[in-house]
Write a protein that binds this ligand. Structure first.
Ligand code: SF4
Ligand code: SF4
Length: 476
């Protein structure tokens, strides 16, 4: 038992991610999941769309009844639809460097791996990567880099962000750069904020401190408290959109679901705004990494429940699934709450630009969904979702509590839908295959007609006309 007390407002990781509270929650959930009246009460609260607590979420994770499970899925689906509509926001990761001083046992970039080619992109190479990404149609990137104070200091990351925003190839532009770099200082978070980043993303990997310390035996990342308190420092540094997540399969998933939600409750309690996104990666094979070494691997069935329960517990939070997951699995989780997808991704340094050999050998993980962005856009259209390249909110100053206040009042969908249609129209004009162009145009025609506000519908129609005439970058 930890010597610290659970305190949602505490600045100390041991207190806001309190091991004793998580264990007590899991024990409580084992019994409470058999209490039908209590489960009904939690489902009723879930339907209201205001979120449920980590204790209530743990009960829904534990319920065995198949009928209840279907209701959990239905509520998750309805909440996502109600808050965000049927748009799915697209993004791609961009790996800058795989030099790393850490010893994370599940990642091929760990410092002791001698078999992986190491590289760090120059600004010219970043330019080539960004042009390749723009030529696919991407507008939103997640910047990734290993932790290496000498080879990839904050100055390198800041310079790279500047380079990325400065490139405009044909009609292309990267309009939002989210950043996933190692835990750092308040001062460095302020510098990232000033560089115009969207969300600062950092996965906890596992909230279980003992497991975390085993999985991170060496390097600065081995300091669990410093890592876990990173989002607090990011918020203190002025970044109000932060993205949390756990790498499912590293440790007990029940523990990590509760940990994610306690983290969200902490940020909401201390800063008045919870995480902007939750990511749910699962462990994948890679160079030097065999998922069979991780006995806590999560099945597709459990994974779907995790996504649904997180959606119910944190209804206003974006939920992200990457190309680590297969097409079939992505379809399952899109249906129960996922709102952002990566597409056409490369997880290797230099993977996008032509002529770079050995790129796949340096991949951080094997990709399950190898389809091109155009194939994914076509597939989403078939499933009835609007593939969206929208980046409007942070560019309109709708971040942190301003964003959450709109989301909580059910108003953000009024921006998401027309922005999705307009950015999809740009994609169709500039990058789509003929088949996707036809299907996308049908969806735009159909959905533009049913935009509820007369004013928004009129402006959207005018903007769509302007996009067809070659103008770009409209947003609500
Ligand atoms: Fe380095 Fe990140 Fe891989 Fe750990 S997970 S070895 S910090 S790149
Ligand atoms: Fe995301 Fe805001 Fe665009 Fe909706 S309007 S898709 S919340 S950036």
């Amino acid at each position: 038992m930890s010597e610290f007390k659970y305190d949602v407002m505490s600045e100390r990781a041991d207190e806001f991610i309190h091991d004793g509270e998580i264990r007590a929650t899991l024990e409580y959930a084992q019994k409470a999941c058999k209490d039908r009246a209590l489960v009904e009460e939690i489902l009723k609260k879930a339907e209201e769309g205001k979120g449920i607590s980590h204790r209530e979420a743990a009960v829904l994770i534990e319920v065995k009844d198949k009928e209840i499970e279907e209701r959990i899925f239905a509520i998750a689906r309805q909440l996502k639809e109600k808050i965000y509509g049927n748009r799915i926001v697209m993004f791609a990761p961009l790996y800058l460097s795989n030099h790393c001083v850490n010893g994370c046992v599940y990642c091929p970039y760990h410092a002791k791996n001698k078999t992986i080619p190491r590289r760090k992109l120059t600004q010219e190479e970043i330019r080539r990567e960004v042009i390749a990404l723009q030529d696919m149609g991407h507008k939103r990137l997640a910047l990734e880099t290993g932790e290496h104070p000498k080879l990839s200091p904050i100055e390198y990351v800041l310079e790279s962000i500047d380079t990325i925003y400065s490139i405009h190839h044909k009609n292309g532009a990267i309009r939002r750069v989210n950043v996933n770099i190692a835990a750092t200082t308040v001062e460095n978070y302020t510098r990232l904020k000033d560089a115009g980043i969207g969300t600062y993303i950092l996965f906890e990997e596992t909230y279980n401190k003992a497991a975390y310390e085993q999985l991170h035996p060496t390097g600065p990342k081995s300091d669990w408290a410093y890592h876990t308190e990173a989002m607090d420092r990011a918020m203190l540094g002025g970044i109000d959109d932060v993205g949390v997540g756990a790498l499912f399969g590293l440790s007990n998933y029940r523990y990590d679901v509760v940990g994610i939600l306690m983290h969200a409750e902490h940020l909401e309690a201390r800063f008045g705004v919870g995480p902007h996104t939750i990511s749910v990666p699962r462990i994948r094979p890679a160079d030097d990494i065999d998922p069979n070494d991780f006995p806590d691997a999560v099945t597709d069935e459990v994974f779907r429940r995790i996504v649904a329960v997180l959606r119910i517990a944190a209804p206003y939070t974006g939920m992200i699934v990457s190309t680590r997951e297969s097409k079939a699995c992505r379809e399952l989780v899109l249906d129960v709450g996922v709102s952002q997808l990566s597409g056409g991704s490369k997880t290797s340094v230099g993977g996008y630009a032509e002529g770079i050999v050995d790129a796949e050998d340096s991949a951080q993980f094997d990709i399950s969904d190898n389809r091109t962005l155009d194939e994914i856009v076509g597939w989403l259209l078939e499933l009835g979702y609007i593939p969206s390249f929208c980046t409007a909110c942070y560019r309109e100053g709708r971040t942190g509590d301003r964003f959450m206040s709109l989301a909580k009042r059910g108003l953000i969908g009024n921006c998401c839908a027309p922005n999705a249609l307009m950015t999809l129209a740009e994609y169709l004009e500039d990058y789509a295959s003929p088949r996707v162009k036809i299907e996308g145009a049908k969806m735009i025609d159909r959905l533009t007609q049913i935009i509820p506000s007369d004013k928004v519908r009129r402006i959207t129609m005018e903007n769509l006309k302007a996009i067809a005439e070659g103008k770009r970058d409209f947003r609500f």
